[in-house]
Write a protein of this length. Structure first.
Length: 348
């Protein structure tokens, strides 16, 4: 065999070997391909003069760029898959609802409050009932009583937040006696999602007098974080009580106080905190922990004689009494006597 023929066969064999190695590398996963960073010169090249002429193949140099592009493509594809799955779940939910919503037995069970919130059709009927009745009434009273924007900048509820005193549900904005609200209310958070999410519950009074600034200030009454909630779990068990319940105590001489409850979703997961800064207002607290308002309600109270015992026995402080500042009489001097007629004429 001539030298020319042997050289030609070697070149063909080398090209075939490179093609096989390229196929092998491309079949491997990105982390397997990262294991080999260097190109090995084929053993069959026995002529040392040919080693200097051999250069690294282009596909070896382009591998990092290919990998980066591959990772970005995989991330984009994952986002697309997640969106497709969410759309499929939503489609499945609507089909399940449409298949059973007109079933007489389903309607009868819902009317008699024999429902299972894990079943899509019951969640649909519960949410529809809430949006057609209780929700408009809640929004009307929250707007009329200026809970928005005095406490929350805006409100678009997605869960039904309710509470009970003495095992009796309280409608939004109704007046309660201080003696009835000494103990914390029973909270019911009706959500319409099956998966478990974490929520934060707050209770504040935005109507406490601020004497120095001649205005009002926010007072915190209750704070519970990391409450697990889903369609079948509606109580606040399992949460972390950061601030224990402080009984409402509207001071004497003030108008009615709006004791406001808010339920916030925690999109960033569990909140790590052990103490509450009572000087922080609601908006600062929400921004600090990236919370999303999902539900709200409130009740009102005015002072009565039972408030005095709350200040004495629970708060351990003297009861403040507020009133309007005395009207200035320009016709009286500093001693309270009537000014001379000459001074009165100058005033007129």
């Amino acid at each position: 065999m001539s030298t020319l023929t042997m050289g030609s066969n070697r070149r063909k064999f080398r090209k075939a070997l490179e093609r096989e190695k390229k196929k092998t590398v491309l079949k491997k996963s990105p982390w397997e391909r990262d294991a080999a960073h260097h190109y090995t010169i084929p053993i069959l090249l026995v002529n040392p003069a040919n080693k200097a002429k051999l250069s690294v193949p282009l596909w070896i140099e382009a591998r990092p760029l290919y990998q980066d592009h591959g990772w970005h493509a995989m991330a984009e594809r994952n986002d697309e898959i997640i969106k497709e799955l969410e759309a499929l779940h939503q489609r499945k939910y609507h089909l399940q609802v449409q298949a059973e919503v007109n079933d007489p037995e389903i309607r009868r069970n819902f009317k008699n409050d024999k429902i299972d919130m894990f079943i899509p059709v019951y969640r649909h009927l519960k949410e529809k009932h809430w949006k057609s009745g209780p929700l408009p009434k809640l929004m009307e009273r929250i707007t009329q009583m200026y809970v928005v924007p005095d406490v929350f900048p805006d409100l678009e509820p997605t869960i039904c937040l309710e509470f009970k005193f003495d095992d009796e549900f309280v409608e939004p904005g109704c007046f309660q006696r201080p003696i009835r609200t000494i103990n914390p209310p029973t909270i019911v958070m009706n959500s319409f999602h099956v998966e478990t999410r974490l929520y934060t519950l707050i209770m504040v009074d935005p109507d406490m007098p601020d004497v120095e600034n001649k205005s009002f200030q926010m007072q915190w009454h209750w704070l519970i974080t990391n409450i697990p909630i889903n369609a079948t779990k509606t109580d606040i068990s399992g949460g972390n009580e950061i601030l224990q319940y402080v009984s409402p105590h509207p001071p004497k001489g003030t108008k009615y106080h709006r004791y406001t409850l808010g339920a916030f979703e925690q999109p960033d997961g569990k909140i790590e905190m052990t103490k509450m800064d009572l000087k922080m207002n609601v908006r600062e607290f929400v921004n600090q922990y990236n919370l999303i308002l999902r539900g709200a309600t409130f009740f009102r109270e005015v002072w009565d004689k039972d408030v005095s015992s709350i200040y004495k026995n629970q708060l351990g402080i003297s009861e403040p009494i507020y009133g309007k500042p005395p009207k200035i009489d320009h016709y009286l001097d500093a001693t309270g006597k009537k000014r001379p007629s000459k001074f009165i004429e100058t005033l007129e």
